[in-house]
Design a protein around this ligand. Structure first.
Ligand SMILES: Cc1ncc(COP(=O)(O)O)c(C=O)c1O
Length: 301
């Protein structure tokens, strides 16, 4: 019997005001998004033909736009239409959306005042995640030698195109044979992972550091805090140190693509008390509750 072929991985592109072919999905080299990482982005999950928490993603984008003084000429309605239309054309039940806004073309200097035409890009792609076996067993996390910048340096609450801090932390983690990097803030407390928020389960508490400790206010983080309350646990935002992760019952990461992923080790030492090769009970309860939650908070297209 011939096996059913895997569907060909696909990507669908929107630039400014319409869906375009991949060869036309290009931006000029003088765009300050390329020259200086001057712009914003969102990573959004599509599941069961619904865009997850689109309103919350657009709200975070608009707050970031105010923070960097970037006008969004399409309005949030226009950006929402771009996402939904690109998803419709992509035509897959599950997918990942990369939405970005760049400052646009300007002079070679850093001054953005000459950039008068920001650009909107939406890419909907087939989702790529850690293999199921790894998601069950848990990821290896290592503490990065880099620190998350303070809000007065480069505010981690603004999801800007300037991701060098995360890129280098992830690169270091991979070079050390780990899956993800844990970033501490200047005070040595936990901020977040290179591309995800960090949670620790301590008894019936589901704890994550406050965004002011250097974390992005993640959309999945928000959902997990809500779900934890609904499931009868105590959601809590509290400063965490590395020692709290080693002492926790369970540790997991959250992010739009993979949603909730257990952590097995931190710097080579096992974290949590869970049975090996299986998420802990609280992590599992959150994972089980997530599909219905995503349905409830999804915008159909
Ligand atoms: C640095 C960082 N922290 C946290 C997150 C998780 O946020 P969200 O749940 O909104 O995807 C991301 C996601 O891309 C991220 O890049």
């Amino acid at each position: 019997m011939t096996p059913t072929p895997e569907p060909t991985p696909r990507r669908t592109f929107w630039i400014d005001d319409r869906v375009v072919d991949e060869r036309d999905a290009v931006l000029p080299v003088l765009d300050h998004g390329l020259l200086y990482g001057d712009g914003l982005f969102e990573g959004i999950r599509i599941c069961e033909r619904r865009v997850f928490r689109l309103g919350d993603h657009l709200k975070r984008l608009s707050v970031g736009a105010k923070a960097i003084g970037l006008h969004l000429p399409w309005g949030l309605d226009g950006i929402s239409k771009a996402v939904l239309e690109t998803a419709r054309v992509h035509d897959r039940d599950d997918a990942y959306v990369r939405l970005l806004v760049t400052r646009g073309v300007g002079a070679l200097g850093v001054d953005p005042s000459g950039c008068v035409e920001p650009r909107l890009v939406c890419i909907v792609a087939d989702i790529q995640m850690y293999p199921a076996e790894k998601r069950a067993r848990g990821l290896a996390l290592v503490t990065s030698s880099l620190r998350r910048p303070a809000a007065g340096v480069l505010d981690p609450a603004v999801k800007s195109l300037n991701y060098m801090n995360s890129v280098l932390a992830k690169r270091e983690a991979r070079a050390r044979g780990a899956d993800e990097a844990l970033l501490l803030n200047a005070q040595g407390q936990i901020a977040e992972a290179s591309g995800a928020n960090v949670f620790a389960v301590q008894g019936d508490e589901v704890v994550t550091p406050p965004a002011t400790d250097g974390a992005l206010p993640g959309i999945t983080r928000r959902s997990v805090l809500e779900l934890a309350a609904q499931l009868g646990y105590r959601p809590c935002e509290r400063t965490l140190g590395r020692v709290d992760l080693w002492g926790a019952d369970e540790v997991f990461l959250t992010g739009s693509g993979a949603r909730i992923v257990p952590i097995a080790t931190l710097d080579g030492e096992r974290v949590g008390t869970q049975v090996r090769d299986r998420p802990g009970p609280v992590t599992q309860a959150l994972l089980d509750a997530y599909p219905a939650h995503a349905r409830e908070h999804g915008t159909p297209f």
